[in-house]
Design a protein around this ligand. Sequence first.
Ligand code: URA
Length: 185
Amino acid sequence: MQEQLKEWKGCKLAKNANPVLGEGNPEAEIIFIGEAPGAKEDELGRPFVGTAGKFLDELLTSIDLKRSDVYISNVVKYRPPDNRDPTDEEKAQCMPWLMMEIALIKPKVIVPLGRHALGHFFPKMSISDAHGNAQKLTDEITILPIYHPAAALHNGGLRQSLYDDFSALKKHLKERSAQPVTSNQ
Ligand code: URA
């Protein structure tokens, strides 16, 4: 996919930015989905390696997870100029890449980080209402929305909320693993 994305010209952001695909454990049960790469991500070609990424690492550590346990990606695969919000068109154009990542990883839990990723799964929900609450997408997949880590860098009041939501994620993972495995046979 990395190689294919380098050749892809389906989004005009590709003219002035480097491709940033998701990365992480191909066997991950959890996928975190951010908005779009920032300057550091564009420079290094990797997701969440700047300031927001450092905070995401801290949040993962707070629930005893490492980046190598999970998969981390973005809705949009190229940095929008000056970190502006991605447009609906850019999100729609890049969406097939995220859908392919989800199809390959087959996560049990999807964590949209912030409103752009949440909007794809639940277009009518606001992140301030939805964060911290696990919702079933299918029998197999739960969505647990969380504020974007960068939001807490601008609004310190959200920091605790992010830690609390990661605790809710930990609790959800624990409950999931305690559920008996069902079989059709
Ligand atoms: N913000 C995002 O949404 N994604 C990144 O990869 C980095 C910052």
